[in-house]
Ligand binder design. Structure first.
Ligand code: URA
Ligand code: CA
Length: 433
């Protein structure tokens, strides 16, 4: 087989065989196919697209380019949740103990945040001593015993995807549905879950800015998942404004604890219940979404989800007493209010730019090497649709420096006040194929 023939076949719009796709991915991984041929291939895919079968073959070839996590020693149906990334998205911290409290194994491999989006591991590290460097045996034992554990990303997961992503970044081929879908799904499938609930975000803070694009990506990922034997569905949810009120690591942990107490922000609570009930259904505990929702509400109400969260923190080296007394979590030295200059209604809170404002305080990383400050961040005092009066606080800044003028300016620019009430929407639709 020759790479030049594979490029030509794709360039001319024909469907590639499984063997041809495997030849490409193997050659890319072992370095026998040079970057210039891989780049030409990517551009051909960008213009000619891929069939569902090609997408599934590409995904599986990338899965097998590196380590594949074996969760078969964990009892029960392992359901994973994946979000395409957002601002202030604290759902995993809440979903994990909720699902585990229903005896559904939550065995998640997670990552750190970059840019305007936060990462679950960073947030959990607000608990001093909490760590995700577990051996496979520790991970398996924790999940079998307590149904919950989060492990850090393995070093050699989908190396083909890493190479391809780096090439896509410099060849203007990132925004291709078959390439995005296979990239995301390869990592999810390599992480070993039996079933996958995808939370595909849409809006200013999301990768997919419009609902139509988000639905197209969601559908592509769902079809790949189901074609390779993982029961997969997707929810399209809003990321035009940040989720919940807190943005920043310690602050989001506190928000997650509030939500586990039943006192969380309405949007975060609703998204958790929506995604969670899909997870419960995929786990086989019930086939009714309404029943699943009641089960989840039940473990919030009776406190068992909170007990589960404490167990989880303790198992991985944190102090569970901090869950009862969140003031023990890292706290910022200064609180600065950003107030409204006018009367009206909040019409827009531009999620990605608000995420960047939090990053500038130190809550997130600009580059992979940056250190983050777990204590700092933002609390939104108003959400889209809320009435405001001149002088009302829009946001509280939690900072470890007093000079935050640029952050204040950025927040003011990205929270728009209008004269009419704006409807905000959280869940757009469900996608099953
Ligand atoms: N996230 C990924 O993991 N891959 C993509 O291609 C895009 C977003
Ligand atoms: Ca939040």
């Amino acid at each position: 087989m020759r790479m030049v023939d594979i490029i030509e076949k794709k360039r001319n719009g024909h469907e590639l065989s499984k063997a041809e796709i495997e030849f490409f991915v193997e050659g890319l991984t072992d370095g026998t196919i040079p970057d210039y041929q891989a780049s030409a291939f990517l551009m051909a895919v960008y213009f000619q697209d891929m069939s569902d079968k090609e997408r599934a073959d590409l995904t599986l070839a990338m899965v097998h380019s590196g380590d594949v996590i074996d969760l078969s020693d964990i009892e029960g149906i392992k359901v994973d949740k994946h979000s395409t990334g957002g601002v202030g998205d604290t759902t995993t911290l809440v979903l994990a103990p909720l699902v585990a409290a229903l005896d559904i194994p939550f065995a998640k491999m997670s990552g750190r945040g970059l840019g305007h989006t936060g990462g679950t591991i960073d947030k959990l590290e607000a608990f001093e001593g909490f760590h995700v460097e577990l051996t496979d045996t520790e991970f398996t034992e924790m999940v079998n015993r307590d149904k919950i554990s989060v492990i850090g990303q393995s070093g050699n997961l989908t190396p083909a995807d890493k190479k391809l992503y780096a090439l896509r970044d410099v060849t203007a081929t990132v925004s291709s549905i078959p390439l995005i879908a296979s990239s995301i799904m390869s990592k999810k499938i390599a992480a070993g879950a039996d079933a996958i609930v995808l939370d595909v975000k849409t809006g200013a803070g999301a990768f997919m800015k419009t609902e139509k694009e988000a639905a197209e990506l969601a559908s592509a990922m769902v079809r790949i998942g189901n074609l390779v034997g993982r029961n997969t569905m997707a929810i399209i949810s809003d990321m035009s404004q940040p989720l919940g009120n807190a943005i920043g690591n310690s602050l989001e942990v506190q928000e997650a604890i509030d939500t586990l107490h039943g006192n969380g922000p309405a949007d975060l609570t609703e998204l958790v219940l929506t995604l969670g009930s899909q997870m419960v259904v995929l786990s086989g505990k019930t086939d009714s979404l309404a029943t699943a929702r009641e089960m989840l509400k039940g473990v919030i109400k009776d406190g068992s989800a909170l007990v589960k969260f404490k167990q989880f923190i303790k198992n991985q080296g944190g102090n569970p007493e901090w869950v009862d007394d969140p003031k023990l979590l890292p706290q910022a030295n200064f609180e600065i209010e950003v107030v409204s200059d006018s009367d009206g209604f909040v019409s827009e809170i531009v999620a990605d730019n608000i995420g960047v404002a939090a990053m500038k305080l130190g809550a997130g990383r600009e580059t992979k090497e940056d250190e983050i400050d777990l204590a700092v961040g933002l609390i939104l005092r108003k959400k889209v649709g809320d009435p405001v009066k001149k002088g009302d606080s829009l946001v509280t800044i939690f900072a470890n420096q007093q000079d935050v003028e640029d952050v204040v300016a950025m927040i003011k620019e990205n929270i728009r006040i209008g004269l009419d009430v704006q409807e905000s929407k959280l869940i757009y639709r469900e996608i099953h194929n």
